[in-house]
Ligand binder design. Structure first.
Ligand SMILES: Nc1ncnc2c1ncn2[C@@H]1O[C@H](COP(=O)(O)OP(=O)(O)OP(=O)(O)O)[C@@H](O)[C@H]1O
Ligand SMILES: [Mg+2]
Length: 475
């Protein structure tokens, strides 16, 4: 494992999962005006003021005076840092720089030793191209990289990135240890966003994707993607989160389903959600919690029992133990041994359903058990909508869910948001503490937590099949 150097640039180290590996040469590329010079200089300034790591800035284009004055806007007093022996800004001819860098006892080596330099920025290596043919440039970059490594420096090599570079991959990309790209892209219709993306980084995992950065008065500030406004969760002494049975999903939910919360599973018709639900239900049965399941037209106690048996839990046993119950919307044949566990609803019109649901449940399950057990309700809203109508569901769902929350019942409902339209979907979504979305795109099924009690939203994950329980894994 290589030692990592925190860059100190706000937001960058989390994206680099710690920082830049020491000894590496990383290309910092971007189109004109994206902020390369600022980014490079900030790497040195933060190093000096946060970690007491001196640095050298080599520029081929601008005079030091110009850089001092450009950067003073961020409150960086570069001259003072130079006087204190923490920084050197060298304006050099590229050829001389290369010669000096390679010369034992040359100016570069002397300065590195003098200030105990740890960080290096070269602005910019694009000029090397103008010096000679490509073969030469390759060996020059190669030598810079080796010297950086030998001296245990950590270097940002700035490079212009433009139309020409977009056409092909330049050889520097292979030679360097990492690539950070700054871009300016459209945001919504009228705005522009500045983004930073780590395209490559040997020796450290990275958080992929585009992360937005801004110029603040204090310099560049990166906001890592998916940094939502989060509620500071009250630390729960007795852990009241119910596991979903899928370890990675529990992680995404920062523990599991909080007791008394309402989660919506938004699935499209192609997505297989059976394993997600089965994993949650089987965990509930293992915990010996109360379980109330709203059956869909397609599922039966028999079929569900079979699905759960591959999780090594017996639904029938929990029926006998009076821990599992069913809400039945359909008038269909029931095995006599299951009758006692079924709350029949098919004879109720909407009005009676609204008024009588709780009584029916109470009469089947019993007040005692309802009060003295922890309960999970799984409810198939697609069935509810087709049986009772979307308007009925919209009119009653919020009320019903707030009741469940108030008595500590955890609810998992599933629904196809695309099918019911965005207005109804956002209405239902508002009544939930969390939304887990799963959908098929191309040849993959994805899962994403798009809403959670803490306000956290996750990146989309791929659902992969596995041979062992719980038979799916999130990647
Ligand atoms: N405080 C600020 N607020 C907003 N934008 C700023 C601020 N300071 C600098 N900029 C923007 O940053 C750009 C210049 O930054 P910088 O010189 O670091 O970019 P660069 O990529 O090195 O540019 P070049 O390719 O010309 O060398 C300017 O075009 C300016 O728009
Ligand atoms: Mg510049």
């Amino acid at each position: 494992m290589r030692i990592q150097m925190q860059t100190g640039i706000p937001g960058l180290d989390p994206i680099l999962c710690g920082g830049l590996p020491v000894g590496t040469s990383v290309i910092l590329e971007g189109e004109p005006g994206t902020g390369k010079t600022t980014f490079g200089m900030q790497f040195l300034v933060e190093g000096i003021r946060k970690y007491d790591e001196p640095g050298v800035y080599v520029t081929f284009e601008e005079l030091p005076e110009q850089i001092y004055s450009d950067m003073s806007g961020f409150g960086w007093n570069l001259k003072k840092m130079e006087q204190e022996g923490k920084l050197r800004v060298l304006c050099m001819d590229p050829e001389i720089f290369l010669e000096e860098m390679q010369r034992t006892g040359g100016i570069f080596e002397q300065i590195v030793a003098q200030i105990e330099c740890r960080r290096l920025v070269v602005d910019s290596i694009s000029l090397f191209r103008l010096l000679g043919h490509n073969g030469n440039v390759r060996s020059q970059i190669y030598q810079i990289r080796n010297i950086v490594r030998k001296m245990s420096l950590t270097a940002l090599l700035i490079r212009e990135y433009g139309e020409r570079e977009k056409d092909g991959i330049s050889f520097e990309n292979y030679l360097c240890d990492g690539i950070i790209r700054l871009s300016l892209k459209p945001l919504m219709d009228r705005y522009r966003k500045r983004t930073v993306e780590v395209l490559k980084m040997r020796g450290t995992p990275i958080r992929e994707g585009e992360h937005i950065y801004k110029f603040l008065d204090s310099g560049i500030h990166i906001v890592p993607a998916l940094s939502m406004a989060e509620d500071v969760m009250i630390v729960n002494e007795q852990n009241n989160d119910l596991t979903t049975g899928i370890p990675q999903l529990d992680e995404l939910l920062q523990g599991g389903l909080p007791k008394g919360s309402v989660f919506m599973l938004d699935t499209n018709s192609k997505a297989n959600y059976k394993y997600l639900i089965a994993a949650m239900l089987s965990e509930c049965i293992k915990r010996e919690d109360g379980l109330l399941i709203m059956m869909s037209g397609l599922s039966t106690i028999e079929s569900l029992s079979q699905t759960l048996s591959i999780y090594n839990v017996s639904l029938k046993e929990s029926l006998h133990k009076k821990e599992a119950y069913f809400l039945e919307h359909f008038d269909r044949f029931l095995d006599s041994e299951h009758k006692a566990a079924v709350v029949a609803l098919s004879d109720l019109n909407n009005q009676d359903f609204r008024e009588g649901l709780h009584d029916r449940i109470r009469s089947v399950i019993g007040e005692d058990k309802l009060q003295n057990k922890r309960w999970l309700v799984y409810c198939d809203l697609n069935t509810m909508i087709s049986q009772r109508g979307i308007d009925f569901v919209k009119a009653n769902f919020a009320q019903e869910m707030s009741y469940c929350r108030s008595v500590g019942i955890t609810v998992v409902a599933h629904c196809n948001f695309t099918e019911i339209g965005s207005e109804s979907a956002s209405y239902l979504e508002r009544s939930c503490n969390g939304v887990i979305r799963t959908w098929v795109d191309g040849s993959y099924q994805f899962l994403q937590v798009t809403k959670s009690p803490s306000g956290r939203m996750t990146a989309p994950h791929i659902i992969e099949n596995t041979r062992e329980k719980p038979f799916i894994r999130l990647i």
